[in-house]
Design a protein around this ligand. Structure first.
Ligand code: MN
Length: 442
């Protein structure tokens, strides 16, 4: 394992940024996730920052003030870029060294770094952007529970296809429609054909859904033609975020065969703005999903030579919903699901290695996502199509409204965090989006 527990994970560390020391913050000094921000109303270039409590530490300014002088010149330069890609390209060792430097800089009792509040911007006064230029986006299908649940609805007699336990299944998504948390989602239009209709018609999606997913950004690239071995795969991951893969189920059901998702998925994808590094997640590693004995073992190129006990990550992920009526009546969002990333059938390393196994080249800033994170129990299902059995069992909201799928005005909120005795809680922040009506053109 390339990520070990070190001084940056010490639960006793406190920061001179007071809001980072409250027990329920997502961004204590032990987290230090990277993001891209712009002061509200500013037309200046975006800058790289690190979340600390309710503030953002401006890495561009830190670098220009010479606070990173112990780091290689290339890393100092990358911190002043208007996107995270150059820093991602520096690779995992550089990111780890920067993390140690940031941890020391933000510590309350660090004598060499007196508090310098001018390096901080309040999160409330900043716009958080998509953190990197995303060249390519791939969405996996790594929860066997989700794959089985959805497979049953689409193909009752043949839910799980025979390749599932051998191939980490994915489709190539669309990077251009990825947006940061807080962006409104316009209800897509498309071809829909209900099972009892003889021909499709065109109109606004009637079965709009969310998918609760974990995403990760690629750091160091691999050359075209050179696969990444499974034992090196995690060195190519810069960090993780939350992803909402908005899905139009009626469009999907009609279009998906034989080549997979297309317009049912590419109208919008929402990201949480902070990228939590694998370094920050080191205390929360756990065993990978235990395959039943009757399942095949992964092929050798997907088998880790060691570390099988730490190739999973226990990240609690949640989906919440607030309708327009709930908002008007000041009723808090309700939780639709809570589950853990440790239930995934394929590990991060297996997905990265499989992606490059044919020689496909990954580039800094490429985004991958896990597919819907669903667990084995009720309450752990990461999409409405699973929760409501494709609308057959609607859920009730505190206003008396019912939901089979998303209505205009509904806001979906994804949250994620890691908690473990003896360590500081590490959070992912939020991934939000409100559904807006279709527009009338077309
Ligand atoms: Mn998905």
């Amino acid at each position: 394992m390339h990520y070990s527990i070190n001084e940056t994970h010490n639960p006793n560390l406190k920061s001179w940024v007071e809001s980072a020391n409250t027990p329920d913050t997502d961004f204590p000094i032990q987290n230090l996730p990277f993001g891209l921000f712009q002061p509200l109303g500013s037309t200046a270039s975006p800058r790289i920052g690190v979340a600390i409590g309710n503030y953002i530490l401006d890495l561009s300014q830190c670098s220009q003030l010479g606070l990173f002088q112990e780091l290689p010149e290339a890393v100092q330069m990358a911190c002043t870029a208007p996107t995270l890609n150059p820093l991602m390209a520096q690779g995992q060792k550089a990111t780890s060294a920067l993390r140690t430097c940031l941890s020391r800089l933000l510590q309350a009792d660090e004598p060499s770094s007196p508090p310098n509040p001018s390096l901080l911007i309040s999160m409330a006064e900043a716009e958080l952007l998509v953190p990197a230029h995303i060249g390519d986006y791939t969405d996996f299908y790594a929860s066997i529970f989700h794959a089985t649940n959805v497979g049953k609805l689409f193909r009752p007699d043949n839910p799980l296809l025979p390749n599932y336990k051998y191939v980490p299944i994915a489709y190539h998504g669309r990077a251009s429609s990825i947006r940061p948390s807080g962006t409104s989602i316009q209800r897509p239009k498309g071809q829909r054909k209900a099972p009892d209709e003889t021909a499709p018609n065109f109109g606004p999606c009637r079965l709009l859904d969310y998918e609760l997913e974990v995403g990760w950004f690629i750091g160091a690239a691999n050359e075209l033609g050179r696969a990444i071995a499974i034992d090196q795969a995690e060195e190519h991951i810069f960090g993780l975020c939350l992803v909402n893969d908005w899905s139009a189920r009626d469009i999907q059901a009609w279009e998906y065969q034989p080549l997979g998702p297309f317009l049912a998925k590419n109208f919008a994808t929402t990201l949480s703005p902070w990228v939590v590094t694998l370094d920050a997640l080191a205390p929360f590693r756990c065993a990978a999903f235990q395959r039943p004995e009757s399942d095949p073992q992964p092929l050798p190129y997907l088998t880790l030579s060691s570390d099988a006990q730490t190739s999973g990550i226990d990240i609690t992920v949640e989906a919440w919903l607030q309708s327009a009526q709930m908002r008007e009546q000041s009723i808090e969002p309700i939780r639709l699901s809570q589950t853990s990333f440790q239930y995934m059938y394929w590990t991060l390393a297996q997905m990265v290695t499989h992606h490059t196994s044919n020689g496909c080249n990954l580039q800094p800033g490429d985004l991958m996502a896990s597919g819907t994170v669903s667990g084995p129990e009720a309450g752990s299902l990461g999409s409405l199509i699973e929760i409501t059995q494709r609308g057959a069992q609607p859920i009730s909201l505190p206003t008396g409204e019912e939901r089979s799928f998303l209505q205009d005005g509904d806001e979906v909120i994804l949250r994620g965090f890691c908690q473990k005795q003896g360590y500081a809680r590490v959070g992912f922040g939020e991934c939000r989006g409100i559904v807006q009506p279709s527009i009338d053109e077309v």
